[in-house]
Design a protein around this ligand. Structure first.
Ligand SMILES: Nc1ncnc2c1ncn2[C@@H]1O[C@H](COP(=O)(O)OP(=O)(O)OP(=O)(O)O)[C@@H](O)[C@H]1O
Ligand SMILES: [Mg+2]
Length: 112
């Protein structure tokens, strides 16, 4: 199993969620996060001069899927989250040791 951790733009969440649902991926965790990439935020012009907002609001989407589904899920997120501008986000893929469904005690592949 793999955990897909995707940092995306807030305004792309609905489209990404719809694409994942279309492919029958329903379970996910969504959080509001703040972060920065290699541009270290964005410069902002104000009356008193320029300053930098270095942590920007983003959405973190976490999904645990079967190993063989990971590339498909990554592809669906890239397709729907991408605008082509800097700040489109990043996707991390991590190995998962185990999953347990609390209600039933189901383990691993039977629990996701
Ligand atoms: N190396 C990283 N580790 C952890 N989180 C990251 C990393 N890079 C980016 N992020 C997260 O992803 C968000 C979006 O990053 P962003 O898309 O700006 O990456 P980038 O590498 O600067 O690419 P781009 O040049 O397209 O902007 C950041 O706000 C941060 O939350
Ligand atoms: Mg960036």
């Amino acid at each position: 199993m793999k955990k897909i951790e995707a940092i995306i733009r807030e305004e792309r969440l609905a489209a990404v969620k719809a694409a994942l649902e279309e492919s029958s991926y329903f379970g996910m965790t969504v959080s509001e996060v703040s972060g920065r990439g290699k541009q270290k935020g964005i410069p902002v012009q104000w009356r008193v001069g320029e300053y930098r907002v270095d942590l920007l609001p983003k959405i973190k989407l976490e999904l645990v899927v079967l190993d063989e589904d990971a590339p498909l899920v990554v592809e669906a997120i890239v397709r729907t989250a991408r605008t082509g501008e800097t700040g489109d986000g990043k996707i991390f893929v991590l190995p998962v040791e185990g999953v347990t469904r609390v209600r039933t005690g189901d383990r691993n592949e039977n629990a996701i």
